[in-house]
Design a protein around this ligand. Structure first.
Ligand code: ZN
Length: 432
């Protein structure tokens, strides 16, 4: 039996086949809650107590709520909305197999185990740049049906398949579109009521259509696409919407392109968070010193999932700091994370007061894990930052496993953080 909260997570994941759709799903949640949408290209008119959000490139979003003009600092949470997948190239149709098949030309987005994508129904979603009478406009598109499969090579023709064969992304993972003539852009244009000739450009991705599920003897596990990092994104928005803070401006930032290094203008390495917090400070009448103080007194939770101890490879985890499914919110430590003793301690104190379990993650020194956006974001808006996440298995697979209880743990932890009145004062921190 899937409970209501887990079902809402699965619905959110289904609504988010690409980073554009993730932001669209969050946007709908914010509008439903009465938030006002702001454009980065227009002047902002803000009011104390109001709820606002803005997007960049349709694929990153920052929402905020300011209790009063003389607010003390920022309480921010930042997950990412993109996931590793295949991206469709330009002029993608390719004739293959004596001209009997049409397949699609794709490239790899992010780091993933390529052959896990084989032999499962896939669809296409993304955005189209459409010509209009006034110029152009960007249009979301999601075909929402089983359209493609990347067929594997039968074991009879690949006897080495179980002995670690190589996967070539230009040969082994191109998906089959059909046995006749097929024109993907024409299909997508028709799907949104446009003509193919008016599609000036596109960003299109393959996605796994399989819905999330609850499994395990005690129904204590979940499996779904994109748990990294939509589990944290869903938790952040849910916690943000149900929290108010009397002193701090609460911020929920969902960034694109974490999986490819965060270096785009909408990624955590760009000025988006700095620009938004600067504009809030400007509205509040804070001078440059006031802006710096508000950032240094605040805190950022960089929220991205972590590796649980694997049942078949327990030796891959660190010998002493080991994380488990349903073990609570993970505090991540390594030189590729922004966590330090002070930010880890404050976060754990907040969780302890809220009754939320936490666990510490360190890398096994022989197998350094990936980095995330916390350190990168800090080079622009240098908040005291802690890297957190939920323990999961099969990270970057098209179908990942997590602990069912952990979703509640993360929402509770983020809610407690958003509601906490804290103040960094030099090397000490008051927690009310
Ligand atoms: Zn991630």
């Amino acid at each position: 039996m899937t409970d209501q909260l887990t079902n809402r997570l699965f619905d959110f994941i289904e609504s988010s086949p690409t980073a554009f759709h993730t932001i669209n799903a969050v946007r709908a949640m914010l509008l439903h809650a009465g938030f006002t949408e702001l454009s980065e290209t227009e002047p902002w008119v803000l009011e104390a107590g109001g709820g606002y959000f803005t997007t960049r490139n349709m694929s990153s979003l920052i929402a905020f709520r300011c209790p009063k003009k003389d607010f003390a600092s920022f309480s921010a949470v930042a997950p990412h909305g993109d996931s590793p997948c295949f991206k469709v190239k330009g002029s993608p149709e390719m004739k293959a197999g004596d001209g009997k098949y049409t397949k699609l030309n794709t490239e790899v987005y992010g780091g993933m185990t390529l052959n896990l994508w084989l032999d499962r129904p896939l669809s296409v979603a993304g955005r189209l740049a459409l010509r209009t009478e006034a110029g152009l406009r960007m249009q979301l598109v999601d075909l929402h049906r089983d359209l493609l499969v990347i067929p594997s090579l039968a074991i009879h023709m690949n006897r080495e398949a179980n002995n670690g064969s190589k996967t070539d992304p230009q040969r082994d993972t191109l998906p089959l579109l059909g046995t006749g003539e097929a024109d993907l852009l024409a299909m997508l244009a028709e799907h949104v009521g446009a003509k193919k000739v008016d599609v000036l450009s596109h960003e299109l991705y393959l996605y796994n259509r399989q819905r999330g599920t609850v499994y395990g003897a005690g129904e204590e596990l979940i499996a779904a696409p994109k748990l990294d990092d939509l589990e944290c994104a869903f938790s952040a928005v849910t916690a943000f919407l149900q929290s108010e803070n009397p002193e701090n401006c609460t911020v929920c930032a969902i960034f694109d392109n974490e999986e490819t290094g965060s270096a785009t203008r909408q990624g955590a390495g760009a000025t988006f968070l700095l620009d938004v917090t600067s504009r809030i400070c400007q509205w509040a009448g804070k001078d440059e010193e006031g802006r710096i103080r508000a950032i240094q007194r605040g805190m950022l939770l960089s929220a991205d999932n972590a590796h649980a101890v694997h049942p078949n490879y327990p030796d891959k985890a660190d010998p002493t700091s080991r994380c488990y499914l349903n073990g609570g919110v993970v505090v991540k430590h390594s030189t590729r994370y922004a966590t330090d003793a002070s930010t880890a301690a404050l976060f754990k104190l907040i969780c302890e007061k809220a009754g939320v379990p936490t666990q510490d993650y360190y890398n096994n020194s022989s197998a350094p894990g990936g980095g995330t956006l916390g350190l990168i974001s800090g080079s622009q808006a240098a908040f005291p930052t802690v890297d957190i996440g939920l323990a999961q298995l099969a990270m970057h697979s098209p179908y990942e496993t997590g602990g069912r209880e952990d979703l509640r743990h993360m929402i509770d932890a983020m809610t407690a953080f958003y509601r906490s009145v804290f103040a960094w004062e030099g090397n000490a921190c008051r927690l009310g």
